[in-house]
Design a protein around this ligand. Structure first.
Ligand code: TXA
Ligand code: MG
Length: 329
C-alpha cells in the first residue's frame, strides 16, 4: 500500500483516482485521503473509510490557481487577491460551487472549499488528474491528522486505499486556514497554516468570526483528539505545578510544549514523560500531531500541554489543542 512517490507510482495513483479508488498523499499541511471530486461513488468511499458523517463537506484540491473559475462561481476580488498571495499554500477558500463538482464532495451545500497545495508530490499527482481531488485529512473521523506516511498507515491500514504516496514529514503540520468568501464579510472558519494576520493584511480588513451552527468539522468542540486525556495550561510554570499534582495522585503524565529553544527552563518532575521539544511556534505546529501520537504510544494517563501565544501559527495550535482537550462525545 505504501509507495515511494516516483513518476510510475504517481501515474498509477492518478489511474487509481480516475477509476474511482482512493489515494492518500502528502501536502504541506497534513496527509490527505483523495478521491475524484466529480465522482459521487468515489467520494462516498472517503466517508466510509474515515467513518465521517456524510454532511461534512470536503476540500477540493486543484493543481493550479488558474483552475479556480472552473470549479467556483462568482469569484470576487477578495478571492483573487488571496489566491494570488497564498496559492499554492495552506489556505482554503470557500466559494459558490460549480455544478460539475459532485454534491457528495460538498456535503450537499452550494459552496465548495478549494485549495492548491504546496507540496511537490501533491502537485505532481494533481497535474496528472483532469478533475479536482477531494481530500480530507487521512485519519479516522475525530482523530489526530497524519503528518507522515507511517501515520497514515497507522490510521487507515487494512482499508480499501489503493496506495499511500510517501512524501516525507509535512512541513507545516496543521491543516489549512479556511476562509469563507460567500457572505457579507470574509469569515475565518478555521485557523491554520496561513496566519490570520497575513490574510487580513492582504484583504485590508479584519476577518469576521463565524456565527450560527458549526460549518466545518474542524469547528466541532471535540476533534483532532488522541486517545489519552489532554489538559492545557497557559504557562510553563503552571505546567510544573499541575504535573506534580497529577503525579501525586498516581497518574502517569506526559508534558508538551515547554522548554523549547528560547523558552525559560521549566522544572518538569523527573517522573513525567517529557515528549520531544517543539521549539518555536512553527515547530509546535509542525510537530503537534506527531507528539499527540507519541503521547498515546507512551501509555500515560494525561498529556499536559502548554498553549503557545495566540499569534501567527499559535492560533492554529491553540485551536487544535483546545479541540484535543474538549470533552469527548
Ligand atoms: O490542510 C488541509 O486543509 C487538509 C489537507 C489534506 O488539504 N485537509 C483537511 O480536510 O483538513 P478536512 O476534511 O479534514 O477538513 C476540511 C474542513 C472541514 O472542517 C470541512 O467542514 C471544511 O473544511 N469545509 C470544506 N468545505 C466547506 C464548505 N463548503 N463550507 C464550509 N466548510 C467547509
Ligand atoms: Mg480533518
Amino acid at each position: 500500500m505504501l509507495c515511494t512517490a516516483g513518476p510510475s507510482a504517481l501515474d498509477s495513483a492518478a489511474a487509481a483516482l480516475r477509476e474511482g479508488r482512493l489515494v492518500a498523499f502528502p501536502t504541506e499541511t497534513v496527509y490527505g485521503l483523495g478521491a475524484d471530486a466529480t465522482n459521487a461513488e468515489a467520494v462516498a468511499r472517503i466517508f466510509a473509510v474515515k467513518g465521517r458523517p456524510t454532511g461534512h463537506p470536503l476540500i477540493a484540491h486543484l493543481a493550479d490557481a488558474s483552475e479556480l473559475d472552473r470549479w467556483a462561481l462568482d469569484v470576487g476580488e477578495d478571492a483573487r487577491r488571496l489566491a494570488d498571495a497564498f496559492w499554492p499554500g495552506p489556505l482554503t477558500l470557500v466559494l459558490r460551487r460549480a455544478p460539475q463538482l459532485s454534491p457528495a464532495t460538498t456535503g450537499g451545500r452550494d459552496t465548495v472549499g478549494l485549495r492548491v497545495p504546496d507540496h511537490p508530490v501533491a502537485r505532481a499527482l494533481l497535474e496528472r488528474c483532469a478533475f479536482p481531488v477531494a481530500a480530507p485529512s487521512a485519519n479516522r473521523f475525530g482523530r489526530v491528522s497524519p503528518t507522515t506516511a507511517a501515520d497514515v498507515l497507522a490510521e487507515l491500514g487494512g482499508t480499501e486505499v489503493a496506495c499511500v504516496l510517501d512524501g516525507g514529514a509535512c512541513r507545516i503540520g496543521v491543516e489549512s486556514t479556511i476562509v469563507e468568501l460567500v457572505g457579507e464579510a470574509p469569515t475565518l472558519l478555521r485557523p491554520g497554516g496561513v496566519p490570520a494576520e497575513a490574510i487580513e493584511a492582504v484583504l485590508g480588513r479584519p476577518l469576521a468570526a463565524p456565527t450560527g451552527p458549526a460549518r466545518a468539522s474542524g469547528m466541532l468542540a471535540s476533534h483532532y483528539a488522541p486517545t489519552v486525556a489532554v489538559e492545557l495550561v497557559d504557562t510553563a510554570d503552571a505546567l510544573g505545578v499541575r504535573a506534580r499534582a497529577l503525579l501525586a495522585q498516581g497518574r502517569r503524565v506526559a508534558v508538551l510544549g515547554a522548554g523549547g529553544a528560547g523558552e525559560p527552563a521549566v522544572t518538569v518532575p523527573a517522573d513525567a514523560v517529557r515528549l520531544g521539544d517543539v521549539g518555536d511556534t512553527e515547530g509546535y505546529a509542525r510537530l503537534l500531531y506527531r507528539r499527540l501520537r507519541e503521547a498515546d504510544d507512551s501509555g500515560v494517563d494525561v498529556l499536559l500541554a502548554v498553549l503557545p501565544a495566540p499569534s501567527g501559527l499559535g492560533r492554529a495550535v491553540r485551536d487544535r489543542l483546545h479541540k484535543a482537550a474538549a470533552p469527548r462525545p
